[in-house]
Design a binder for this molecule. Structure first.
Ligand SMILES: Nc1ncnc2c1ncn2[C@@H]1O[C@H](COP(=O)(O)OP(=O)(O)OP(=O)(O)O)[C@@H](O)[C@H]1O
Length: 343
């Protein structure tokens, strides 16, 4: 993975993790944007606090870097409850989950990131735990196997997924509240940037914040990361002040284009236009053409390209819109008009 790609990827890594933790809003009132989710969630939490009962289980879905982990931490903080963190891929066997569930304390918040990647036996154990606060531990094998029921302290599960569609219905149905996290508006990202600049002690005039916000792919994690790279540039090549000119020069250097498309985004669009005449083409064929896993193309690049009106997912495959041709400086073929409507 190249430097630029790493910088732009919504996945966190390296030193960034520490800075990211420092920039995380701690309370719901500090959480920027996602107004509807925030309001709904504050009602769920407030009523749970009044009833002195753990709230319903919460499912959060949305692209990487939109604040799902942050929100899980906020839920625990608002409830004044301890938080246990794990992830779907870590729950390979039912026993992995049983070990966690059996040691939860009353009211604890259990956060399972990437919950769609949990193994089947663990998932089945979770159904019972979510509904009845109980697990069945199976001892022995074959006809002599016995299930020993074990009580679990009432807890709140917070699940996060980038792909809600992959969750089996029985699991999805057991969440009392589902929060769908959308990409952020530019104005919201400007606020995220101003807040982070304050915490990092960076001078960020409004025009600089706007320039970075516009190129942040609607994602707070990327906004914060770009801010740090632009700060480096401003410190070394200028007087440390991040105005529009400095932000723009730095982001051009890091190959973030005016709409915030990164290398992967441009590679996907480029392959779609140049190799497949704008599509339709299947996801896996497209992924091979850019040398990435289909899941990376589907989860990391596509949602943003769709939102920007550059790509459409159709039953026959991926199709580039007229805007995509124009964005890459090419002339759209005569039969392509705007985003195709296949509904
Ligand atoms: N609403 C917000 N307001 C301010 N900062 C935010 C907000 N949402 C996210 N951030 C910032 O973005 C960073 C990434 O957020 P977070 O790790 O919660 O994303 P995520 O959706 O859980 O991503 P992933 O699923 O990849 O873990 C956080 O460190 C935080 O600083």
């Amino acid at each position: 993975m190249g430097f630029e790609r790493e910088m732009l990827s919504p996945a966190a890594g390296g030193d960034d993790l520490q800075v990211e933790a420092a920039l995380r809003p701690k309370r719901l009132s500090e959480f920027i944007g996602q107004a509807r989710v925030r309001e709904q969630l504050s009602l769920v939490l407030e009523s749970a606090l009044r009833r002195q009962r753990p709230p319903d289980h919460v499912l959060m879905s949305g692209s990487p870097g939109l604040g799902k982990t942050t929100l899980a931490m906020i839920i625990a903080a608002e409830l004044n409850a301890p938080l246990r963190v794990t992830s779907g891929p870590a729950l390979e066997r039912a026993g992995d989950l049983a070990a966690i569930l059996s040691t939860l304390t009353e009211g604890e918040v259990l956060f399972i990131d990437e919950i769609h990647r949990m193994a089947r036996p663990a998932e089945e154990m979770l159904y019972l735990a979510m509904e009845d606060f109980r697990v069945d531990i199976v001892v022995g094998k074959g006809p002599g196997a016995t299930a020993i029921p074990l009580d679990v302290a009432p807890f709140t599960l917070v699940g996060a997924t980038t792909r809600a569609g992959l969750l089996p219905a029985p699991l999805r149905d057991r969440f009392g509240f589902t929060a769908h996290m959308d990409f952020y508006e530019v104005a919201e990202l400007e606020q995220v940037l101003q807040r982070s600049a304050g915490l990092l002690g960076v001078t960020l005039p409004a025009d600089g914040a706007l320039e970075i916000a516009r190129r942040s792919r609607g994602t707070p994690r990327i906004a914060n990361r770009l801010l740090r790279r632009v700060r480096d540039f401003a410190d070394v090549r200028a007087d440390g002040v991040i105005n529009r000119e400095i932000a723009s020069a730095a982001l051009n250097l890091y190959e973030v284009d005016a709409e915030g498309l990164d290398r992967l985004d441009r590679a996907v669009l480029g392959a779609l236009l140049k190799n497949f005449g704008g599509g339709p083409v299947g996801l896996s064929t497209l992924a091979v053409a850019v040398g990435e896993e289909p899941e990376t193309v589907e989860v990391v690049a596509e949602p943003f390209l769709v939102r920007q009106g550059l790509l459409a997912r159709t039953p026959r495959g991926r199709v580039a819109t007229a805007a995509a041709w124009i964005h890459l400086g090419m002339t759209p073929p005569p039969d392509v008009f705007g985003a195709p409507d296949f509904t």
